[in-house]
Structures are given as structure tokens and as C-alpha cells.
Write a protein that binds this ligand. Structure first.
Ligand code: F6P
Length: 322
């Protein structure tokens, strides 16, 4: 390997810059060249490349977003798009890739890596924490801290007005952000797609809950099957016209901001390990951390969604929200 290409793709996540920095500096440490590819697969198709040196990744470890920019590419899903990408990589002399992203990114990497026998490894970069093969993804810790910061603020106003709030958090079809933040913010109930929501049980809970509680917060994962925060909010309003109910959808603030210490350290660890893995001949694998140790998981396994919800965590919510 002589020249490693690095790119971020799909939804951005805090800590992606720390990961880019780690990949670039590790490649240089091992005397490799490094090329940044802008906007993920779109940049490969358009030949949007830049040579990276030590300085190009200076002063970015603390910044949210991604200096390489990101995109969701429809063109790369076509054989013709991937051929253009391959030709551009060849022309530029890039002979290995580090992909930073989530399941869409790794699906593209898996297809491309096999089609052109191209060495690619991946780093888990998504706020959703929905990949198998790592305990945590880069960006998840920052996102959940952003969520609890927001919900704590909502709690202040909910408490002042004796209100019930339905707060929707991101996660696509995963409830991991909702579950963890619901516990941390002391939510009265958490609705997630991994478990079937019993609306009657929810109503019962809201009704029977301590009467002297002046605020109530229900956290809803965006992928919840019973509906998003507005639908759930409407059902609750219809059922309890006397409750002063409000809905808040947190949205993209969850994707921004300075990465937490944990995300920076995780990104740095897997970034170094990714380049070392390529040098050792690893292909088509995501580099993660499981129980404190670096782990290697084939792309096809990593993208099988992490649907495991620890039932003990759900029980905690029930016990502690009494
Ligand atoms: O995968 C990260 C994520 O923020 C999900 O939680 C969410 O469903 C999705 O991306 C939103 O994507 P976009 O920013 O393209 O609307």
C-alpha cells in the first residue's frame, strides 16, 4: 500500500474529524501518502481529492462535523458510478481506503471492495450506535450528551408549567439513543422500535403516575412504530384533554457540536488501528472496540442492525419513574 484514501459518508457524527486526523497522521507515521476524498462516494465519482499532510488535520480534533464533508450518494449505487469512482482512484494512485460512516457507507464499501478487489476498512461513525462489532460508534456519546442537555432544559420549563412533554430523538430505526437518554434524563416513559408499544399501558402509566409530579417527559425514538412525537402527542392529548401537553422534536442539533472526550478517544484508537489493519492485509472489515479491545468485523456483519436492547435497562425506567 502506498496511498490511503480517507472519506466520510452518510450522516455526519461528532468525532469524525478526530477519526480523519488519526487516519492521516497514522498513515504518515508509516510513510504512506494520504488523500482526502470530499463528500464520500460523490467525491470519488467526481475526482474531488486533496492531498493531506500533518497540518491539514491540525486543530480539528475538537471540531464537530467533518472537514471532508459528507453526502449520501445515489450514483454510487449504480455499477456505472462505481466504475467512475474506481477509475478516479486508480488515476490518483489511491490503493487502499478508510471509510468513515454507518451502514450505508459500509454497504457501498462492501460492494465496491468485492467488485474491484479494493482494500477497504471502515470506522464506525454514526450517532445511532446501530452497528454490530463495536460497543459504541463515534458520535453516539456526544449525541446522547446533547440530548440530555436539551431534555434537562425542557424539564425546567415543563416543571414550571406543569406540562407533559413528548420529546422525539434521532436514531433512525434504532432506539438506543432514546433508551439511554431516557434513563439519564429521568423520563417517565420511553418508546422505542425494538419493543412493541402498548399504548394502553402508557396511558395507564401517565394516569397512575404520582399525582404530585408536576412535569412528565416521554422520550420517543424517531423510528417508533406507534408514531413519531406528533402522532403520540395527539393520541395523548385526545386521551387526556386536561393535560397541558407539548411536543418537541430535537432534530439535527443531535448531530452537531464538539465531540466528547470518549468520542475523540474512540475515533483516535480506531483511526490508528484502521491504517495498521490495512498494512496487515485486512479488507472489508469495520474496526471497532469491544470490551476495551480493538475488534474487526466484516462489513456484512457490522451492518446487521444492532437490535439488542437490554431488558434490564427498560426495567430501570419503570422502577425509577415511579
Ligand atoms: O444516521 C444518523 C441520522 O441522524 C439518523 O439518526 C437520522 O434518521 C438520519 O441520520 C437523518 O438523516 P438526514 O440528516 O439525511 O435527514
Amino acid at each position: 500500500i502506498k496511498n490511503v484514501g480517507v472519506y466520510t459518508s452518510g450522516g455526519d457524527a461528532p468525532g469524525m474529524n478526530a477519526a480523519i486526523r488519526a487516519v492521516v497522521r497514522t498513515a504518515l507515521y508509516y510513510n504512506l501518502e494520504v488523500t482526502g476524498i470530499r463528500r464520500g462516494y460523490e467525491g470519488m465519482i467526481n475526482g474531488d481529492f486533496l492531498t493531506m499532510d500533518r497540518k491539514s488535520v491540525g486543530n480539528i480534533i475538537q471540531r464537530g462535523g467533518t472537514i471532508l464533508k459528507t453526502a449520501r450518494s445515489e450514483h454510487f449505487k449504480t455499477a456505472e458510478g462505481r466504475k467512475l469512482a474506481y477509475e478516479n482512484l486508480k488515476k490518483r494512485g489511491i490503493d487502499a481506503l478508510v471509510a468513515i460512516g454507518g451502514d450505508g457507507t459500509f454497504t457501498g464499501a462492501k460492494v465496491f471492495g468485492k467488485e474491484y478487489n479494493f482494500p477497504i476498512v471502515g470506522l464506525p461513525g454514526t450517532i445511532d450506535n446501530d452497528l454490530l462489532g463495536t460497543d459504541y460508534t463515534i458520535g453516539y456519546d456526544t449525541a446522547i450528551n446533547t440530548v440530555i442537555d436539551a431534555v434537562d432544559k425542557i424539564r425546567d420549563t415543563a416543571e414550571s408549567h406543569d406540562r407533559l412533554f413528548i420529546v422525539e430523538v434521532m436514531g433512525r430505526d434504532s432506539g438506543l439513543i432514546a433508551l439511554r437518554t431516557g434513563i439519564a434524563a429521568g423520563a417517565e416513559a420511553i418508546l422505542i422500535p425494538e419493543t412493541k408499544t402498548d399504548l394502553n399501558a402508557l396511558y395507564h402509566k401517565l394516569e397512575q403516575g404520582r399525582k404530585d409530579k408536576s412535569s412528565k417527559i416521554v422520550i420517543v425514538a424517531e423510528g417508533e412504530e406507534a408514531g413519531g412525537a406528533f402522532e403520540i402527542g395527539k393520541l395523548i392529548k385526545d386521551r387526556f384533554p386536561n393535560y397541558d401537553t407539548r411536543v418537541s422534536v430535537l432534530g439535527h442539533i443531535q448531530r452537531g457540536g464538539r465531540p466528547s472526550c470518549q468520542d475523540r478517544v474512540l475515533a483516535s484508537r480506531v483511526g490508528v488501528a484502521a491504517v495498521e489493519a490495512l498494512l496487515k492485509g485486512h479488507h472489508n472489515e469495520m474496526i471497532g472496540v469491544i470490551n476495551g479491545e480493538i475488534s474487526y468485523t466484516p462489513f456484512e456483519s457490522a451492518i446487521k442492525h444492532n437490535t439488542e436492547i437490554n431488558p434490564a435497562l427498560l426495567k430501570i425506567v419503570d422502577i425509577l419513574s415511579l
